[in-house]
Ligand binder design. Structure first.
Ligand code: FES
Length: 167
């Protein structure tokens, strides 16, 4: 009888310890998870419904300038184009891939000139002259209707990666 009682108490103590451990693990996990405000801060949503052709808009995402430009039908198609409905957009991080200056959009020439060392990027963000070693970067994005959500890898962005497009 005494043995049974001891077993029962041992079992109770074991369960209590296990519950305590699970509680402690849960509390630790909550400490590691980013706060909802931090999670939300990683995304920027831009509604492109009213975008005009050949007009550069500069948005901000995670402290970086983001170039958004609606391409006209005459502008060359490119596998880096972000397609929303029937429209094509140039969407890149507006930092020169040489040393990080912000290139200026030249509307008349339809290119991006970096004044720091004369680097040039074409309308699709490809480096076309000077020291930049690679195209302007495309930020991870998701398309949600007419909106562009920066900071999330949506199917269109993943498709670019799978196709080997330089992002
Ligand atoms: S930083 Fe742009 S060309 Fe050097």
């Amino acid at each position: 009888m005494e043995t049974k009682r001891r077993d029962f108490m041992g079992l109770g103590l074991g369960l209590f310890t296990a519950a305590g451990s699970i509680g402690a693990l849960y509390a630790m996990k909550r400490t590691w998870d980013p706060l909802p405000s931090v999670k939300a801060a990683g995304f920027t949503t831009i509604d492109l419904a009213g975008a005009k052709e050949n007009e550069l808009t500069v948005e901000k995402w995670r402290g970086k300038p983001i170039f958004v430009l609606k391409k006209s039908a005459e502008m060359p198609k490119d596998d880096r184009d972000v397609i929303i409905g029937s429209d094509r957009f140039h969407v890149t991080i507006g930092l020169c891939t040489h040393l990080g200056c912000i290139p200026a959009y030249r509307k008349d020439k339809q290119d991006f000139l970096c004044a720091c060392h004369g680097g040039l990027f074409d309308i699709s963000g490809h480096e076309s002259f000077g020291p930049p070693p690679s195209p302007l970067e495309i930020p991870p994005f998701k398309i949600d209707g007419t909106k562009l959500v920066l900071g999330e890898e949506g199917p269109e962005y993943k498709k670019m990666l799978e196709a080997g497009v330089t992002v």
